[in-house]
Design a protein around this ligand. Structure first.
Ligand SMILES: C[S@@+](CC[C@H](N)C(=O)[O-])C[C@H]1O[C@@H](n2cnc3c(N)ncnc32)[C@H](O)[C@@H]1O
Length: 254
């Protein structure tokens, strides 16, 4: 799991979810729901949570894990760019972690998501976004493993004509949020600690996609070459255990 370590303090500073209606964007495996749930338990808050993801494959296990924690919990399978099941100006706080780069696989959809976030938030409501920082250079000295991993995942995706995550630079996100109407923007960069074993799982998934569709590329050498570099990196990860990745948190208010 991509565990937030250094950023936690910045994210939770001045945040009180008691009596609040919270919306989480990008449920996925529930890392952020677990984080919110532990804060709710720790503080004895009465919080309503709606969490939205286009993929509902982890909903059941998450519901079992956090049973009884929230005053009300609703996991919804939907596209964040269309929150028509949420009335305008009914949400106090939106938390969206590591999801906009995924939405941004389809250019401009992230803008639609920000517009929906703005619509459903109450005036004075807060939006908190955590995202991966884009790395433009393929061999970043500071983030050696992370940049190698990104290069392989994205190269395989291009080879297979699959969509892939497009990380958004905080300055561009800041501009987009301002255009949509958000105020009081502040952001901070930080180093994320990545668990090597979990980072490997996604890499391995891409390798399996490549192997399964061996004939898609019509070049066995190319396929074998990518399988080889992926396996080499997975071996490097086995020794690393943990490594750094660049990320940032953006906060703003409607
Ligand atoms: C990296 S995961 C999010 C991690 C999660 N927030 C956490 O903290 O555990 C990205 C998620 O975004 C979801 N996603 C991508 N595009 C989406 C969209 N347009 N609407 C809703 N969910 C979307 C994916 O299905 C995936 O589960």
């Amino acid at each position: 799991m991509y565990k937030i370590v250094t950023a936690e303090k910045f994210l939770w500073e001045g945040l009180n979810l008691d009596g609040k209606q919270v919306l989480e964007g990008g449920t996925s495996w529930g890392n952020t729901i677990d984080l919110i749930a532990s804060k709710v338990r720790e503080n004895g808050w009465k919080t309503n949570l709606i969490s939205v993801d286009i993929d509902d494959s982890h909903f059941n296990e998450i519901e079992n894990r956090v049973k009884g924690t929230f005053q009300d919990l609703s996991l919804r399978k939907a596209d964040l760019s269309d929150l028509s099941f949420v009335s305008s100006e009914t949400i106090d706080i939106i938390i969206c972690n590591y999801t906009l780069a995924s939405v941004n696989q389809f250019p401009l959809r992230a803008i639609k998501v920000l517009k929906e976030f703005y619509r459903v938030l109450k005036v004075g409501g807060k939006l908190l976004i955590t995202e991966e920082m884009p790395i433009w250079s393929v061999d970043s000295n500071e983030y050696e493993y992370w940049s190698k991993r990104l290069r392989i995942i994205k190269s395989i995706s291009v080879l297979k004509a699959m969509a892939y995550f497009n990380e958004i630079h905080p300055k561009d996100l800041e501009e987009a949020l301002t255009i949509v109407g958000f105020n009081h923007l502040q952001w901070q960069e930080f180093k994320e600690k990545i668990d090597a074993e979990l980072a490997t799982r996604f890499l391995d998934k891409r390798k399996q996609t490549l192997i399964k569709g061996r004939d898609d590329i019509h070049n066995q050498q190319l396929t074998n070459g990518f399988v080889e570099v992926t396996e080499k990196l997975i071996k490097e990860f086995e020794n690393a255990k943990e490594f750094s990745a660049p990320a940032y948190i953006m906060k703003c208010i409607k």
